[in-house]
Design a protein around this ligand. Structure first.
Ligand code: HSE
Length: 434
């Protein structure tokens, strides 16, 4: 089947990331989508040094893409309200599907854009507009569809969270960290959107509409920024057992819906209080499921591209596959499943905690170390406790670096054969998950 043709408008941080991910993962993406996704044209005025566009046709005029009869899906990544709105409405008018990462556009003009899309029978997908790479829109819209959503609360601006984290952990100044966030491509073109909470309010507006089934109403969101926060308050909050986070909160009450973004003290032991740097997290509370938490990179080149490409796959599936089986049961098309083998546990790799009960004799530790080193196992830390009074045995506790399990099996067998080792060696696998 012929590939779906995509036109990317804007080759900045997200546009460049989208091009790179589509190119790098082309084969796997086609196996999921049911056909290839090909970038047929890019509109940009500036090349992106992090993106080798090769022979892909480039134009300086975004409307060339929208009017290109070859293109099925327009990816709007230019940002802003005015030109982006004109671009998206024209694309819809021309019968093209649209994928966008533009939260400002959706929050402010989404009602009008969706009405036009319904009229024209095209899809407008916007997963990348909220929380970067976290598929939170899909989670709320599809995964939690059986719930009455009570409330949601999220750290939904990566730049702001990066600034607060660096201020708290390293005592850096607000201005210094903001500059770094801009250099890293996290911040908006106008960074006051990040620090004044406008960007978070755009995203919260979208989440609230999806959660509660209300039209988009950005103009009613309460917004308070982080620019006036000082290290003094960050430290006092810490002393009281809290962290300050810039939180977006949407809550359903009998009187109406709360829609607010502001700095917030959160007990330091809550998971969401430990979401640091550019990471985002959204808690969603539904009446059936209770509280759920979605976490991941909230900004940046490839995390945001991940969500854009997921939307492209969704639209491609809708254009391609049997409507009753639009999303394949196993995510990949049935005829594209691979026979990549599942490894036996002995071939899996992990780090290990080992506890060895040994007799309190000289040289035991050396024997343990030599058994491990002969099998190429690197010890990360080792601890020998005092002999327990009743039995005179000493627990030797160690943590290894990552190694294939078979080597640990061999080592344990050798350790258990030592005269000075009694009992079975206790083995617990260690995962840093970093
Ligand atoms: N400026 C935004 C942020 C980019 O920092 O979260 C992702 O929407």
């Amino acid at each position: 089947m012929k590939p779906v043709k995509v036109g990317i408008c804007g080759l900045g941080t997200v546009g460049g990331g989208t091009f790179n991910v589509l190119k790098r993962n082309a084969e796997e993406i086609a196996r999921r989508a049911g056909r290839g996704i090909e970038v047929a044209q890019i509109a940009t005025r500036h090349p992106n040094a992090k993106c080798d566009t090769g022979a892909t046709p480039i134009t300086a005029d975004i409307f060339d893409v929208v009017n290109n009869p070859e293109i099925d899906i327009v990816v709007e990544l230019i940002g802003g309200y005015t030109l982006a709105k004109e671009l998206v409405l024209k694309a819809i008018e021309n019968g093209k599907h649209v994928v966008t990462a533009n939260k400002a556009l959706i929050a402010v003009h989404g009602n009008e854009i969706f009405a036009k899309a319904r009229e024209k029978g095209v899809i407008v997908a916007f997963e990348a507009s909220v929380a970067g790479g976290i598929p939170v829109i899909k989670a709320i819209r599809e995964g939690l569809a059986g719930n009455r959503i009570n409330w949601l609360a999220g750290i939904i601006n990566g730049t702001g969270n990066f600034i607060l984290t660096e201020m708290r952990e390293k005592g850096r100044t607000f201005e210094e960290v903001l500059k770094e966030a801009q250099e890293l491509g996290y911040a908006e073109a106008d960074p006051t959107f990040d620090v004044e909470g406008i960007d978070a309010a755009h995203k919260l507006t979208i989440l609230a509409s999806i959660a509660f089934g209300i039209p988009l109403q950005f103009d009613k969101a309460y917004t308070e920024g982080i620019a006036r926060l000082t290290t003094t308050d960050v430290n006092y909050a810490e002393a009281l057992g809290y962290r300050i986070k810039h939180l977006g909160v949407a809550r359903r009450t009998d009187a109406g819906i709360e829609l607010r973004v502001h700095p917030t003290l959160i007990p330091a032991d809550r998971l969401i209080a430990n979401v640091n740097g550019v990471m985002n997290a959204v808690m969603v509370n539904g009446d059936a499921v209770g509280s759920t938490l979605y976490y991941g990179a909230g900004a940046g080149m490839e995390p945001t591209a991940s969500a854009v490409v997921a939307d492209l796959v969704d639209v491609t599936r809708a254009l391609t596959t049997d409507p009753n089986n639009r999303v394949p049961h196993l995510a990949f098309q049935p005829d594209s499943l691979s026979d990549h083998p599942i490894l036996p546990i002995s071939a899996c790799e992990s780090a290990y905690y080992l506890r060895i009960q040994a007799k309190d004799h000289p040289g035991v530790l050396a024997q343990v170390a030599s058994i491990l080193s002969e099998r190429g196992i690197n010890i990360e830390s080792i601890m020998q406790k005092e002999a327990e009074e009743q039995d005179g045995l000493v627990p030797v506790i160690l943590v290894t670096h990552r190694v294939v399990e078979q080597r640990i099996d061999d080592s344990i067998a050798a350790l258990e054969k030592l005269d000075d080792v009694v009992d079975k060696v206790v083995r617990i696998r260690v995962e840093q998950l970093n």
